[in-house]
Design a protein around this ligand. Structure first.
Ligand code: ADP
Ligand code: MG
Length: 340
């Protein structure tokens, strides 16, 4: 049996900085959350980047379920049905995650940890679990396995959480807030596929974010012109392995236990809320086009912050919701259409 890595965590979107950025710029590369992150700030001091870097490392240490000393590990290791006091920040992230689970019919669910491990996405060797194995694990997945109060949380026997689906988006939000506190007005932060744009470029024009072609990750599908928002992309090509000619990627459908096959090969979510953008990119990838558009139309009623979608069908067609359609410049030969 042969395993082969494919495109290890290639940044799904790229912020293009042209010569219009004449002012002084500083950038910093940080390795956190299994990802190479690049912070670029304009008209700012190194101290702003120092503070942002510290925050990324702090969040990595708090949220990494593979780090024994993290708050998430402590929660996962706690005895079944035993409420433990949780760090307030982690508790509110969990509350947010569960709200998104409810809004997405369980397509996003932080209790996927046992499934991630079964596939070897927890850092173990990649493998294809048997149907029996998945059947035994599926009852451990679902919001019913977690109970939250205002100060504590508990889980049922065998239930474990993995915040990998929204941690980077939340981290981007914190970095944006810290940079803002340091007086930074223009920055682009690339957390490996999760892009955070602070303000505009220093000449007042919109940032240009190139969206990668999921079929051929050397190419781009087009460019989005955006300001002050998060752009989070989930694609089947980002992380995964190949066994006997079949590709298995790291976004798991909690309903089946298998890597999601929804007819979409890439999903980008644009939203002012980083954690929500990240969670929804994962959820929409699982939901597929038609359920994603229902979610989009009902966002407000479901308690979600407003968001916009760029979907890429398996056949390569790009679909854009109303707020993005006029902001998109396709590459030559890319077919695209409005939806929603
Ligand atoms: P990445 O973090 O690689 O950019 P995503 O944001 O799409 O990609 O999130 C994938 C990560 O989310 C996985 O590595 C795993 O930790 C977690 N995950 C996978 N499937 C789900 C799911 N259905 N619901 C919530 N989290 C998930
Ligand atoms: Mg995500």
């Amino acid at each position: 049996m042969k395993h082969r890595f494919f495109a290890w965590a290639l940044a799904a979107a790229l912020v293009l900085t042209g010569c219009a950025q004449r002012s002084s710029s500083l950038s910093r590369t940080v390795y956190a959350m299994d990802t190479v992150m690049t912070l670029s700030v304009y008209n700012a001091a190194e101290t702003a980047l120092d503070a942002a870097e510290q925050e990324l490392l702090r969040l990595d240490a708090l949220l990494d379920r593979h780090e024994e000393s993290s708050a998430v590990s402590a929660f996962n290791a706690a005895a079944a049905d035993e409420p433990i006091m949780l760090d307030g920040e982690l508790l509110s992230l969990l509350q947010k995650a569960m709200g998104i689970t409810a809004a997405t019919d369980g397509a996003f669910d932080v209790t996927v940890a046992p499934l991630m491990d079964a596939w070897g996405f927890g850092g173990e060797a990649y493998r294809v679990p048997s149907q029996d194995e998945l059947n035994a694990l599926l009852p451990l997945v679902g919001a019913g396995g977690l109970t939250l109060t205002d100060t504590s949380a508990s889980h049922k026997n065998g239930v474990r959480i993995d915040l990998g689906g929204l941690a980077k988006g939340y981290a981007g939000q914190r970095v944006r807030d810290i940079l803002t506190e340091h007086g930074v007005q223009s920055a682009s932060i690339d957390l490996g596929g999760d892009v955070c744009l602070l303000g505009t470029k220093t000449d007042g024009s919109a940032w240009r974010v190139a969206v990668r072609d999921p079929q051929n990750s050397d190419d781009f599908l087009g460019i989005l012109a955006l300001e002050d928002c998060f752009v989070v992309t989930s694609g089947a090509y980002e992380r995964g392995f190949e066994e006997n000619g079949v590709r298995y990627h790291h976004i798991i459908d909690p309903a089946t236990g298998y890597p999601a096959q929804s007819g979409l090969s890439s999903v980008s979510v644009v939203c002012a809320d980083g954690a929500q953008a990240d969670a929804l990119s994962t959820a929409v990838f699982v939901l597929g086009e038609s359920r994603a558009l229902t979610l989009y139309q009902n966002a407000e009623a479901l308690g979600l912050a407003p968001f916009e979608l760029l979907l890429v069908r398996d056949d390569g067609t790009v679909l854009l919701t109303a707020g993005l359609y006029d902001r998109f410049t396709p590459e030559e030969g890319v077919s695209y259409a409005p939806v929603g």
